[in-house]
Design a protein around this ligand. Structure first.
Ligand code: PEP
Ligand code: MG
Length: 569
C-alpha cells in the first residue's frame, strides 16, 4: 500500500480504481495559411461554437451547483470575448500568415505568462482559465476545417471534439473509455474538465497540482466530488490504470492498493459520515438551542438568488448575508434597478417570513468591476471600495437602494452596509435612504417603512467605536474576514501569508467582544457572518459573548446547529 497526502476539497470517501487522465495533446504547430480571410472565418465560426459550449456549461453548473459557480464559465465567456485576446490572435494570423490554431495557442501563452508574472495568486488562477479557453477554441477550430468557415451543425461539431472540452461530453480517461467506480488521476484538471466529469462513473479525482482556492476545487466542492488536489508529482510516478484506490476527501489522504486494515477503517469512516449526514438532516426543522436554553439563529451566506433555495434546503433560519456584488460581477453591464429588484424579490418571496439581510455593493479589492472603469489603485483593499465607492457615486448607490426598498414589501428585509469606519458614513447613508424613500413615496411606489438598516463591523475602527455606531443603526453584522485582514495587516488574498494568519488572534477576539458588548448595551441584534462563524472551536465563545446570530455557508448550517445543541453555557 502507498499513502499520499494532498488537500481534501470535499468531505466524503470514495473507493474505486485508478483511471489515468492524459490531457489531449493538440496540434498547434505553425502552418502557412493559404488565405488569411479564410482563416479569420474559421476563427469566427470556432468562436461561435465555443460561446455556445460555454453557455451550455453555465446552464449545467447552474442546475447542478449554484449560480456563483456558473460565473466561472461566464468568466470564460468574457475571456473568450476579450478584445485584446481576439485582436492578438488576428494579428498573429495576419502578421505570421499562420493557421488559427497556432495563433490562438501563442496568444493564450502570451496572456497567461503576463497573468503569471504579476505574482498575484488570484491572477495566476486566471492564467489557467485562459489556457482552458484557448484549448476549447483550438478544439472548435479542429471541427471547422474546410478553410471556408462553413461547417456542419453544432451537434456534429461536438462529436468531432468528443472526449475533449465540450459542454456535453463526459470526460474520457486514459484507456478506460468504459467502466464505473473510477477515480480520475491527473496532473491537473481545467474547470471545464471538472464540470464535465460524469459522476455516475467517476467517483472522485486526485490531481498532482492545484490549490484549494482554484476554480477546479471550488467546482468540485459545489458538485460534491470528494477530490484531493496538490498531492505532488510523486503520486503519478508508476501509477497505472485499474489500481485499487481509496480517496479520503476529509483529510486529503489517498491510498493506492490499500491493505485490508485501511479498507476496513475507511469503510467504517464512510458509514459514519453517512450516518452523520442522516443525523444532521433530522435537525433541519429543529431550533438552534443550547442544552440550557440559549437560542441562536443560524443563517446562510449566499451570493445569488438561486442559492437561497439551497439555504432553505440546508435548514437555514434566514439569509444573514446576501453578497449582492455577485449580481454586479456576473454581467458585462451594471444590473438595472429592475434586474436587481427581481433578484431581491425572488429571495424575499422564497424565504417567506424568514429574515433576509442583503448587503449593498461591496466592490473593490479582489472584486473588481470592469463596467465601473475605476482608476487603478496601489492598495485596492485600502482603497475606494464598498461604502466609500457608493457614497462617491450616489446614483449607483441609489439605484440599488430603490431596488431594495421596492423589494422590501415582499418579505422581511434588512439592508446591510459594508466597510463602515465612522459615524458620518452612517449619517450620509441614512440621508440617502431617506431621499430614496421620499422619491418612492412621490411616485406612489410602496415600500416597507420598517426595513431595518444595519452595518458591517469589519474594520478595527468600526469595532472600536461600536459604542457610538450602535445607537445609529438597527443591527450589527461582524465580518471577521476583513476584520482579521485589517487588524493583523494580513492581505486575505495572499496565500503565502497563511503561516502568519492566526485566525484566533487575541486582538481580533477583543474587537469582536467589544462590538458584541456595545450592540447588547444598545439593545440591537449582532450577527457574525465571516468565516469564523462556522469555526466550531469558537462557537461556545461566541455564544458566551452574547452573539444572536451566526451566518455561514449553507453546507455549514446543520453541523453548526448540531454543535450548538450539544453546548451547555
Ligand atoms: C467579511 O469580511 O467577513 C465578510 C463577511 O465579507 P466578505 O467576505 O464578503 O468581504
Ligand atoms: Mg468583508
Amino acid at each position: 500500500m502507498k499513502t499520499y497526502h494532498g488537500k481534501g476539497v470535499y468531505g466524503a470517501i470514495a473507493f474505486g480504481t485508478t483511471a489515468m487522465y492524459q490531457r489531449e495533446s493538440f496540434d498547434v504547430s505553425s502552418h502557412v495559411a493559404k488565405e488569411i480571410p479564410a482563416e479569420f472565418a474559421r476563427l469566427e465560426r470556432a468562436n461561435e461554437i465555443a460561446f455556445q459550449q460555454l453557455r451550455e456549461l453555465q446552464s449545467k453548473a447552474k442546475e447542478e451547483t449554484n449560480a456563483s459557480l456558473a460565473q466561472i464559465f461566464e468568466g470564460h465567456e468574457m475571456l473568450l470575448a476579450d478584445q485584446e485576446f481576439q485582436t492578438l490572435i488576428k494579428q498573429k494570423i495576419s502578421e505570421e500568415s499562420c493557421n488559427a490554431e497556432h495563433a490562438v495557442s501563442e496568444a493564450a501563452k502570451e496572456i497567461a505568462d503576463m497573468f503569471s508574472s504579476l505574482g498575484d495568486p488570484m491572477l495566476s488562477e486566471r492564467s489557467s482559465d485562459i489556457c482552458d479557453v484557448a484549448e476549447r477554441l483550438i478544439l472548435c477550430l479542429a471541427s471547422v476545417s474546410d478553410g471556408q468557415g462553413t461547417h456542419k451543425d453544432v451537434a456534429s461539431q461536438t462529436k468531432v471534439a468528443e472526449g475533449a472540452t465540450t459542454g456535453a461530453d463526459p470526460i474520457v480517461c486514459g484507456s478506460m473509455t468504459s467502466g464505473a467506480n473510477l477515480i480520475l488521476c491527473a496532473q491537473d484538471l481545467t474547470p471545464s474538465d471538472t464540470m464535465k466529469l460524469d459522476k455516475d462513473r467517476i467517483l472522485a479525482f486526485v490531481t498532482a497540482q492545484g490549490s484549494l482556492t482554484s476554480h477546479v476545487a471550488i467546482l468540485a466542492k459545489g458538485r460534491r466530488i470528494p477530490a484531493v488536489v496538490g498531492i505532488g508529482e510523486e503520486f503519478l510516478k508508476d501509477l497505472k490504470d485499474g489500481e485499487p484506490i481509496i480517496v479520503d476527501g476529509f483529510t486529503g489522504t489517498v491510498y493506492i492498493n490499500p491493505d485490508s486494515a485501511t479498507r476496513l477503517a475507511m469503510l467504517r469512516k464512510q458509514a459514519e459520515s453517512k450516518d452523520e449526514s442522516e443525523r444532521l438532516q433530522s435537525l433541519k426543522d429543529k431550533e438552534s438551542i443550547t442544552l440550557d436554553g440559549t437560542k441562536v439563529e443560524i443563517c446562510a451566506n449566499i451570493g445569488s438568488a438561486q442559492e437561497a433555495a439551497d439555504a432553505l434546503e440546508c435548514g437555514a433560519d434566514g439569509i444573514g448575508l446576501f453578497r449582492s456584488e455577485f449580481l454586479y460581477l456576473s454581467g458585462k453591464d451594471l444590473p438595472s434597478e429592475e434586474e436587481q429588484f427581481k433578484s431581491y424579490r425572488k429571495v424575499l418571496e422564497l424565504m417567506g417570513d424568514k429574515r433576509v439581510v442583503i448587503r449593498t455593493l461591496d466592490i473593490g479589492a479582489d472584486k473588481q468591476l470592469d463596467s465601473l472603469q475605476l482608476a487603478h489603485e496601489e492598495n485596492p483593499a485600502l482603497g475606494l471600495r464598498a461604502i466609500r465607492l457608493c457614497l462617491t457615486q450616489p446614483s449607483l448607490f441609489k439605484t440599488q437602494l430603490r431596488a431594495l426598498y421596492r423589494a422590501s414589501v415582499y418579505g422581511n428585509l434588512g439592508i446591510l452596509f459594508p466597510m463602515i469606519t465612522c459615524t458620518s458614513e452612517v449619517t450620509q447613508i441614512q440621508s440617502i435612504c431617506e431621499e430614496v424613500r421620499s422619491e418612492l413615496e412621490k411616485e406612489g411606489i410602496p415600500y416597507n417603512e420598517m426595513t431595518e438598516l444595519g452595518i458591517m463591523i469589519e474594520t478595527p475602527a468600526a469595532a472600536l467605536i461600536s459604542d457610538r455606531l450602535a445607537p445609529l443603526v438597527d443591527f450589527f453584522s461582524i465580518g471577521t474576514n476583513d476584520l482579521t485582514q485589517y487588524t493583523l495587516a494580513l492581505d486575505r488574498q495572499n496565500a503565502s501569508l497563511e503561516p502568519f494568519c492566526d485566525t484566533h488572534h487575541e486582538a481580533v477576539m477583543r474587537l469582536i467582544k467589544t462590538a458584541v458588548e456595545n450592540a447588547r448595551a444598545n439593545r440591537i441584534p449582532v450577527a457574525i457572518c465571516g468565516e469564523l462563524a462556522s469555526d466550531p472551536s469558537l462557537t461556545e465563545t461566541f455564544l458566551r459573548m452574547g452573539v444572536h446570530e451566526l451566518s455561514v455557508s449553507p453546507a455549514s448550517v446543520l453541523p453548526l446547529r448540531a454543535a450548538i445543541r450539544n453546548i451547555r453555557l
